[in-house]
Ligand binder design. Structure first.
Ligand SMILES: [Zn+2]
Length: 341
């Protein structure tokens, strides 16, 4: 038995020297020191030997097993290094491979429209005033001439917080109150951009959140003609210098008189199409002279001061300009949509 162990060791070490692949190495390993290997078998059968032979055989078998384990590990490491060297040699850098594209980010289409709008109003002397999105009921409605139970509140359902009287603003108009109270009695020329919220069913035409840009001018001797001229100048800057603009009577609780601003349809040039519902006109903003109650709530005496205000939907403007048919694309985070801008 001792003789056989020495034989196995010598033979295995000899074979190991010529083994060149790891598959053969593992086969030899299991044939000798693996679970069903010969040396393992010898170790298991020691109990059947005459008692006086057992210590010597056990000792040698364990020694041989340890030495072979070390030899297998050494050969395996050697083969691994060989493989690595070969793959490095054959895989020298291929300079003809195309590079991996680095994805570049871009601005969201709404951000781009917003920046264009900011630039136009900035040239007309309007500063940006940031107002909070979480608002008090009083500022969102009451101070804008919509006391509790006013029917106009039904048009603007929103999301309420667990604090009574605190909600997500339904429009950017409460910013008018904040900016007036901060600057009264100084003259004001600001735009108030930002996200607004509505508790509505989400469809292709309505979302629960969207951007508005509100505008406010307060001072001495500001008239309806100033509002009309300003809105026309803005519309022509955004939609083209020869666009016709028209004003229609409307109603808002916080302006008096109130109007809608239409621009000649940019898709059909006023001929009539699906987008303009065959009228040739697109509604782009609501506007009006600031209601005396709102001026007073902002800290201005309506007998001395007057002002105009307007508001527009940024998603709507972007949809019209790019022929986008579904407002849900803007917040869907779908790169196939966003990468087109
Ligand atoms: Zn049209």
């Amino acid at each position: 038995m001792l003789e056989r162990l020495r034989e196995i060791e010598a033979e295995t070490l000899k074979q190991l020297e010529s083994i060149e692949d790891r598959g053969a190495l593992h086969r030899l390993e299991s044939a000798t020191i693996g679970k069903k290997g010969e040396i393992t078998g010898i170790l298991r059968s020691i109990g059947q030997l005459p008692p006086e032979e057992r210590p010597a055989v056990g000792q040698l078998a364990n020694e041989v097993k340890r030495r072979l384990e070390a030899a297998f590990a050494e050969r395996e490491e050697y083969l691994r290094q060989q493989e690595l060297a070969r793959s490095l040699e054959s895989g020298a850098i291929d300079v003809t491979l195309p590079g991996r594209p680095v994805p570049t980010g871009r601005l969201h289409p709404i951000t781009r429209t917003l920046r264009e709008i900011y630039a136009i109003w900035a040239e007309m002397g309007f500063q940006i005033y940031r107002s909070r999105e979480v608002e008090e009921d009083e500022v969102n409605f009451t101070l804008l001439n919509m006391p509790p139970h006013h029917p106009a509140r039904d048009m603007w359902d929103t999301f309420y917080t667990t604090t009574e009287g605190v909600l997500l603003r339904t429009h950017t108009s409460p910013g008018q109150i904040h900016v007036m109270r901060e600057y009264a009695p100084e003259p004001i020329r600001v735009i108030l951009p930002g996200m607004v919220y509505r508790y509505e069913q989400i469809t292709a035409r309505s979302e629960i959140q969207f951007n508005q840009v509100e505008g406010l001018a307060v001072g001495h001797s500001i008239h309806m003609s100033d509002l009309k001229g300003t809105m026309a100048a803005f519309a022509r800057r955004l939609y083209g210098a020869d666009r016709r603009v028209r004003f229609r009577c409307s109603h808002f609780p916080f302006t008096e008189p109130s109007m809608e601003v239409d621009v000649e349809c940019i898709l059909c040039d006023g001929e009539g199409c699906n987008v303009c519902k065959h009228t040739g006109w697109l509604e782009i903003a609501g506007a009006g002279m600031v209601h005396p109650v709102v001026l007073k709530n902002g800290g201005y005496d309506p007998a001395v001061y007057s002002g105009f205000a307007f508001g527009m939907g940024v998603e709507r403007i972007t949809m019209l300009r790019h022929g986008i048919e579904d407002i849900r694309y803007f917040w869907g985070n779908d790169l196939r949509f966003l990468e087109q801008f």
